[in-house]
Design a protein around this ligand. Sequence first.
Ligand SMILES: [Fe+2]
Length: 277
Amino acid sequence: MVETFYTVSSCPVSVALVTDTHDWPAAPVLESLEKRQPELILIAGDFLYAAPPRVPGRLKMQESGNAAALLRDCASVAPTYVSIGNHDWMLNDLDLELISSLGVTLLDNRFVSVDINGQALCIGGLSSSKFTAYRHWRQSQQVSFLYPEPDRTVWAHRPEPETQWLDTFEQQPGFRILLCHHPEYVPRCLSNRAIDLIVSGHAHGGQWRYYSPIRRQWQGLYAPGQGLFPKLTGGIRGNHVISRGLSNNTLIPRLNNPPELVYIESNTLKQSNRISR
Ligand SMILES: [Fe+2]
């Protein structure tokens, strides 16, 4: 695992960005967080691996022990906010209650205004459209099962995320942060929004990373939702920070692409830290 540090000049607090842990053991992540002591932890989706529980009758969050431990342990380090990724699509209302009981704030297409160390923040979470489409399908069908059969295709084809609530979000006072698991949503539906910082994951850095002599930079080979030679796989573009993620959920290994834990600070914070240390 590597730690990557980005500067967002206006960011009033120090932030850790945790994405795509996919229920993998997260001891190195916790070790880093305890050492760095960020003021705010953002878990931007895919804390689970997308499959129904192996044991019938158990909740997905009961079975996903590593994910539950990650959320609980992050909350013990700093205020922790969680949004929902595509791999978390099968979560039901009982799972969502369990997540909230772990001490984190779950942001499912909603925002909260908070004060962190004297700084006014408004933090929102845009849920993956795969999750919201499945939820609507469950409600429309009035299903009784907790989780779908593995071979049952239940969600709409390439639905759009539910962005109406952002109209209110972007009018809130304070530094506005949006957790948005899918980086490809940003050019599609967020580029004209008044948001100070957007954080994403999902692309896993493009899985295989190679150096492009033409662009003179490292880039990814493939990302879901973007296809071959994707543009949004990691790094910082203006107010958009993309983590390359912390685990792998495919049979294809990551190449030139170690798991990544991202930290975001402002120049002001760095200088004040330097003085106080
Ligand atoms: Fe994802």
